[in-house]
Write a new protein. Sequence first.
Length: 506
Amino acid sequence: MYRRPTPIPATGAAPPPRGVSGPNVANPDLAASFLQAVAAQAAGGAAPSPSAPATQTISAPLLVSSNPASWANIVKTHRVVTAMFTSPGCAACRMIEPVFESLAEEKASPGVAFVKVDFAVGRGGEIAAQHGVSTTPTFLFILDGEVQGEVKGVNAPEIKSQIELMLYTAFPRKHSLMIVVVANHADQCRVAHPHLKQDLGTIRSLSTDPILFKQAPNFDAALTKFISFVDATSGVPNVGAVKSTISTSFVPFLKRRFGTPPVTSATPTATIAQWSSATLALVTAMPASQLFPLADFWRLAVLDLSVVTALTASPQVLSLLISKAASALDAADSRNTALTVLRLATNALANDALARVLLPAASALLIPALLHSDSRVRAAAASLAFNAAALVQRPLMSAARAGKRIPATSAAGDDFGGARDAEWEIEILSALVEALGQERESEDVVHRLSAALGMLLHLSPHFDEQDKAMLEVLQARQSLLVTLETCVKKPEVMTLVKEVAEQLCP
């Protein structure tokens, strides 16, 4: 867009299911035992026998880890790890310890480990420091090498719920999962989302980390281009002050913030308000086709926390930019603006607070953009769809892991500005299915669309017979399976597409 030799790529992507590889050492247990012996001698204690592994069973199947080497070996060789961090004199640890030992006896199996890490034994404190654990008791829940959750204190129901969810995710055919729902302080009942009974390991292993477009353009070239657009536009109020704000304040901030090294100091709210005011004046007066440099500036600006905080309280500037791009989406000369505004919206949805106020406007752009004739616009729309789906998936997964009722709204108790409801879900699902049915060029687009569809269906509180009928009428399964024959080659994408089609689409 600025006559640069390469297009601006996305630097994030919905990652494939995580796997675990074995330790790359000839004898990890022997190496770990040697390290433990050295640590014990340094501490003035008796060194264990060199033939004894650093990770030992204290009352099988419970393990103890006292140094980082043994800890790393446990995590690498087990898909599911539940760790209890303890310390001497911890009364709460003694209270919850029998529960933890009982769970270990009941649940431990090949690939599943229950581990105790004592701050005062060996180098247990170093293991705790690796994960930011500073209080006891603390429980970490690790699936395929990634920490899935943490519980502090004596909370047996939550510990059990986290373990059940990990076991079901890792071994869906061996473990059934029921979500504990606290109806009131005295009563408990059990409610299972219908999809929790299905083998959806690939969908559950998808990362909900947002996709981000982070590459900086040539700021000087972009600014020169944009100022030429402003000079050719009549009717911009206070045009001199507006140009000065963009040229001497906004762009210099971006150069510092995304330069080498980046300067990340907080920006005053009043300064951000000036950028917003200038942008509103420009967006109101200028045609959509000339706004892509300005949208690109905001694409990067929303990656800064101080900017996000200010815009969450006053999001009008982003809403107007998104609406302007949506209104001109089909114009032949507005492709660049559509592309940059979609990337801006994708970055904005990476922050939950800002996303809640922007999701309605972003959805109005997303739905038609998914079916755009330009492949790059469709690719950007697929990234926005993934971030929107991840946004609503995160509180649902959090509730499931905590053993709570799956909420019909967000974890914050709102409904994303009226967008996160059954009607919104139907519109997004319909657009995703139609987009998948038409996509024949990009495997990456299919990957992101399939991931978004899977996440929206996975724990949807609105999923019912009407949704099933809608998916059947749209021939969602057929649309997904056709992509396997046309543009899907990677095994991880093929696995995901098959799972969504065969498990979630009637």
